[in-house]
Design a binder for this molecule. Structure first.
Ligand code: ZN
Length: 87
């Protein structure tokens, strides 16, 4: 449970040590608790990225995306529909 202390930007954090299963005596312990608690909920999506050194076969795409048949990609570097990279 977190409570905002009146007229300040500080918060008081109350932790149920019985639930946590370990004592929290200092800021380092508290940080560990917070990391543990919130890491589980965090879902980090891996960013998609492409490099010029990809061992990809580059095809001449013309105006139609070879992957999803989206029309109008002749001057684009990436398909706006399926995000296929044309570099
Ligand atoms: Zn596409």
């Amino acid at each position: 449970m977190a409570l905002k202390i009146d007229s300040s930007e500080k918060y008081a954090l109350f932790v149920n040590e019985t639930k946590y299963g370990s004592e929290i005596n200092n800021l380092k312990d508290l940080q560990k608790y917070i990391d543990n608690k919130y890491d589980k909920k965090k879902t980090v999506e891996q960013p998609k990225f492409y490099t010029k050194t990809d061992k990809a076969t580059y095809v001449n795409v013309g105006n139609i995306c070879p992957a999803c048949k989206y029309e109008g990609v002749s001057n684009l570097k990436e398909c706006p529909s399926c995000e296929l990279n044309f570099n």
